[in-house]
Design a protein around this ligand. Structure first.
Ligand code: BGC
Length: 742
């Protein structure tokens, strides 16, 4: 039965809320006593209500579980948060209902604002190719400004799962395969979304997801378990989450998968013990969509009640869409199966975030910027950053002097349905991005080259991929063809067994070359590393153009015309065959490392062991020479700075930017370590002929790893450092070695 507060209690409560929320403007961190004072007044039912999240019945991003109008439940205080509420008016309507509830606790509105809200930026993996952390912070900041103008408080981003298997469709949502780089990107994106103060109404709470090891995705299959060593878990998959906490991330999302025998949503050792106890994470954990209920499918719970018991005990504070908490926790507490302290802790974490956002002060505080939503063509300043992000995300893989386009070009063929597609440029998780905001590739070229004749040729049928009849091609000066994936082909539940670009697309590239005998430039679109060895010899230039968002057409035209000299690097290895997956540069050595002269080594009998394009690879229109690295000393103590210098020279004909990468090798260690691993990078922009010395500084912590007991240690001994402009090229250059003394 609901406990009605007496008049005195209500007055005290309202008084407290007023005092406390005026402080909310000044305090960023400590709302503990405020949250406690609200908690004190809550009935058990109301507490459980705070742990319950529903989706707007008009938009679902997972299997529909409980699709009804939730207004009445909100009024009864049975809902703490809503997701997928995309309009300000709808958010207001829900919040008004929450204000009719007994304690008037405001709702929290969340949504997947992954790579832009209205101004859609390149997909996260594309943007990660820029190796420009400030850019990633900035695009997240803009996404937050637009999301909060829509009345949202919270984004379910960034996805910081390390991903090594291109068959997994969700690789597009992350920063690729490298743990160190993934951790840097995690921090940049969290800072971008959240700004410096949760209370700033142009920012939103971020969510580090999916905790943990979702990216393991065995055989690339979405939702599969992660059966991996504890060492790999700590060394490879957990560091980006730790980094997100360093960046003050407000929330975590538990993953769908099982981690070494325990589904992540019921994983007490990971969520309660590691995340909350050891790492001292003070935000809250939301489940993934329905993942509490899915504990039954994992067969660790016989029914929804057992699922709720497992998840809440493990440290999952909010139930997204499975309604297992709201349906069962009250009974579980009353029967003594769930300690009320667990419920109180979860509620307090959620209330604290609502205080930090200033929602108790003004529950409608995020609903005042509607005017910003009306501009038809979206904010110009935001579009400018989207174009820059597009420029910096495009990776040049091959160039037989076909690019940049010579000024003599007058007659261009643009081939393929992707050249006129708007939807596909938005990619997956398009939030409120609309096709009409998109500059198509065709439009981008028409604007960039007003003196050229630009003809669009359909090339293939976008539904069947059948090659269409081709016109006479010999009259064109150059042929630019877009091939690869449609936006619907990468993302959640988009696993593939074959990551080859459709064979008809590849055949089309061959025919274009053979029938025109003109330079053919291939734009490889998609959300994941793809294999395209059949078309590779027929393309004079190949660029990875992902799905670049609203400015896709302009960004691509800028690079093709040379207005922007490509600078991006692959954040994930591109295999030469699907059968090589998972393939990643920082693999361990084996007892029989690959050697081309010895058959009893780690190799394939039917395919090269090496990838098509390695991690960190990407060309420019100019060339660079990176000199052999020089260390300040040969031996360092634990507290000394390790200083390495190298010189980069622009040896080509254009101004350009190089990303100099620093890789580390621990020569002998107590557990097996990767052959090399990225530990730093610097971007250097140089005029033609210019050279610059750059310096990297490491500390002994940068040399550390998780030992057999999963303790983070740095072991003395010999280390090698390599510099280069890709993971492959670095090991070919001369390395520098040093000793770390005891
Ligand atoms: C995804 C999450 C997402 C959630 C809400 C799930 O299916 O795995 O990443 O945040 O839906 O849309």
């Amino acid at each position: 039965m609901q406990r009605i507060p007496n008049k005195y209690q209500l007055l005290v409560f309202i008084f407290l809320i007023n005092i406390l929320s005026s402080q909310a403007q000044m305090l960023h961190k400590d709302y503990s006593s405020q949250a406690d004072s609200v908690l004190q007044l809550m009935t058990l039912e109301e507490k459980i209500g705070q742990l319950n999240q529903y989706s707007n019945d008009r938009k679902n991003t997972g299997p529909v579980i409980n699709n009804k109008n939730h207004l009445e439940e909100i009024r009864k205080g049975k809902v703490g948060s809503m997701l997928n509420v995309t309009s300000v008016s709808r958010a207001k309507q829900y919040q008004e209902e929450a204000m009719k509830s007994r304690l008037r606790i405001p709702l929290l509105f969340g949504m997947d604002v992954v790579h832009g809200m209205k101004t859609i930026f390149p997909i996260p993996m594309g943007e990660a190719a820029s190796f420009d952390l400030e850019l990633m912070r900035k695009t997240a900041e803009i996404a937050a400004a637009e999301a909060s103008a829509h009345g949202l408080h919270w984004t379910f981003a960034p996805m910081i799962d390390i991903a090594r298997d291109a068959r997994w469709g969700r690789v597009m949502e992350g920063a690729g395969e490298d743990t160190w780089y993934g951790s840097e990107v995690a921090k940049a994106r969290v800072k971008g979304f959240q700004g410096n103060n949760y209370n700033d109404r142009r920012t939103v709470l971020a969510c580090a997801k999916h905790f943990a090891a979702y990216g393991v995705a065995i055989a690339g299959k979405d939702y599969t378990g992660a059966d991996i060593s504890e060492n790999t878990l700590h060394q490879v998959y957990l560091p980006p989450f730790r980094a997100a906490i360093e960046a003050d991330v407000a929330t975590f999302m538990s993953a769908f998968n099982d981690v070494n025998g325990i589904p992540a949503t019921a994983h007490k050792p990971l969520m309660r013990d590691l995340l909350k106890e050891t790492w001292k994470f003070n935000g809250f954990v939301v489940s993934d969509w329905g993942s509490v209920g899915e504990l039954q499918n994992h067969r660790v719970a016989a029914n929804a009640e057992e699922a709720a018991l497992l998840a809440v005990t493990a440290g999952c504070d909010m139930d997204m869409c499975s309604a297992s908490y709201i349906g069962n926790l009250e009974k579980l507490v009353k029967e003594g199966k769930v300690d009320i302290a667990i419920i109180d802790d979860a509620v307090k974490r959620i209330l604290t975030k609502k205080f930090e956002l200033g929602l108790f002060d003004d529950p409608f505080g995020y609903n005042y910027r509607e005017a910003e939503l009306d501009d038809e063509l979206i904010n110009k300043a935001h579009r400018k950053i989207a174009r820059e992000a597009g420029n910096k995300s495009i990776v040049l893989l091959k160039n037989n002097a076909a690019l940049p386009l010579p000024g003599t070009v007058r007659n261009i063929a643009l081939v393929g349905p992707l050249c006129t597609s708007r939807w596909d440029m938005i990619g997956n998780w398009g939030a409120m991005g609309k096709p009409e905001y998109v500059t198509t590739i065709l439009d981008g070229f028409k604007t960039a080259l007003p003196n050229c004749k630009i003809t669009h040729i359909e090339g293939y049928d976008p539904r069947t991929n059948e090659i269409k009849e081709l016109p006479e091609l010999s009259g064109f000066d150059v042929i630019i063809v877009a091939v690869g994936e449609k936006a619907s082909e990468s993302g959640e539940a988009k696993s593939k067994v074959d990551i080859n670009i459709n064979s008809n697309h590849q055949q089309l590239v061959k025919r274009l070359k053979e029938e025109s005998n003109k330079p053919v430039i291939a734009l490889v679109m998609g959300g994941r590393p793809l294999v395209f060895s059949a078309m590779e010899p027929y393309a004079d230039a190949i660029l990875v153009t992902w799905w670049l968002g609203v400015e896709a057409g302009n960004s691509i035209a800028d690079v093709i015309t040379g207005k922007y000299n490509p600078s991006a690097k692959l954040p994930m290895t591109y295999p030469r065959h699907s059968g090589q997956c998972p393939i990643y540069y920082n693999h361990k050595s084996t007892g029989r490392p690959w050697s081309k002269d010895n058959q009893y080594t780690s190799r394939y009998i039917d395919e090269d062991i090496r990838p098509a394009y390695p991690f960190g690879y990407g060309l420019s229109y100019t060339t660079f020479h990176i000199s052999a690295p020089v260390l300040s000393k040969e031996q360092y103590g634990f507290n000394e700075k390790i200083i390495l210098k190298t010189t980069v020279k622009n040896t080509g004909n254009y101004k350009g930017k190089e990303t100099v990468q620093l890789y580390l090798q621990d020569v002998v260690s107590s557990v097996t370590r990767p052959v090399i691993e990225l530990c730093g990078f610097q971007q250097v922009e140089l005029e033609k002929g210019e050279e610059r010395e750059i310096e990297f500084v490491l500390t002994s912590k940068d040399l550390g790893f998780f030992n057999i007991y999963n303790e983070f240690v740095t072991e003395p001994g010999e280390f090698k450092l390599f510099v280069g402009n890709s993971s492959e090229n670095a090991t070919m250059l001369k390395s520098a070695s040093f000793y770390l003394a005891k």
